[in-house]
Design a protein around this ligand. Structure first.
Ligand SMILES: Cc1ccc2c(c1)c1c3c(c(C)cc1n2CCCN)C(=O)NC3=O
Length: 275
């Protein structure tokens, strides 16, 4: 797989930084010829084998291959890739609505109709990924972006941890964000497409209540709560939540990955907006 070796700045005007991670920053950029705006994810290449800084080219290529396979309105698109001595630059579709995380924070909680509409869009994006045997493995409100302010349209981003899960094959990997990882991640048991379904259960719980079912005072306590599956709907925020919504969450927050609802079963569940 070859990437453009031209100088990125000769074709794009680099704008403000809009995000940053361990070895990558995301900046707005403008295509000089067309004036179209994009998001540039600038990933630092790992220089030497011994170095801990940067991302291995094979992992960068895995993310790019997964992005190039995506073709769905609820999944962010990749347009082109530049590479220089020190970095790889992914030119990605820009969304301007910000993170679902911030949207929830501002609104405190959402109505069940709003929550169900968001969850449906996440399910449609995940259905597309799972249809290609790709698990996201880092689903959380920070990785669900709104197309624009106050729109119900969302796009899934950040496939740095995504994996192709071949039929019957399992991956073991300690990845993801503590609050959103499924028990099998903590127990180093096989990961699968069902690992994403657990995270969708967590996201739904947060959309409806504003609180996170397993978050503890530290990572250790969070992991314990996840493995003991100690969650409930007693929080005052669930007083007016329908049994249908609780049933939907209940069919996802199951310890055994094989007993969790699939993305199709979720889309057919009565709580998901018919439309
Ligand atoms: C308006 C805005 C603000 C922050 C953004 C983005 C867009 C954004 C984007 C992307 C990524 C990987 C991260 C992004 N971030 C960083 C935060 C993501 N959790 C992306 O692929 N397209 C974006 O618009």
């Amino acid at each position: 797989m070859e990437f453009r070796k031209d100088k990125f700045e000769d074709f794009y005007e680099v704008g403000e930084e809009i995000g940053s991670g361990q070895f990558a920053v995301v900046k707005k950029c403008k295509h000089l010829k067309t004036n179209d705006e994009f998001a540039a994810k600038i990933i630092k290449k790992k220089r030497a084998m011994a170095s801990r800084l940067g991302v291995k080219m094979e992992d960068i290529k895995k993310e790019i291959v997964i992005l190039q396979e995506m073709d769905h309105e609820n999944v962010i698109r990749i347009y082109e890739v530049f590479e220089n001595k020190t970095h790889v630059i992914l030119v990605l579709e820009l969304v301007s609505g910000g993170e679902l995380f911030d949207f929830i924070a501002e609104k405190e909680r959402l109505s069940e109709e709003e929550a169900s509409a968001f969850v449906k869009q996440i399910l449609l994006g995940i259905k597309h990924m799972h249809s290609k045997r790709i698990a996201h493995l880092d689903l959380k409100p920070e990785n669900v972006m709104l197309l624009n302010k106050n729109s119900q349209n969302i796009k899934l981003i950040d496939f740095g941890l995504s994996r192709v899960i071949k039929q019957g094959e399992f991956h073991r990997d300690m990845i993801g964000t503590p609050e959103f990882v499924a028990p099998e991640v903590i127990n180093y048991d096989p990961l699968s497409l069902a690992t994403d379904m657990w995270s969708i259960g967590i996201i739904t719980y947060i959309l409806l209540s504003g609180c996170s079912p397993f978050s503890g005072k530290d990572q250790q306590q969070t992991y314990e709560k996840i493995c003991q599956l100690t969650y409930d709907f007693t929080s005052k925020y669930f007083e007016n939540t329908s049994d249908l919504a609780k049933e939907f969450i209940g069919m996802l927050l199951k310890r055994d990955p094989l007993s969790r609802a699939s993305v199709e079963e979720c889309l057919n569940h009565a709580w998901i907006q018919p439309s």
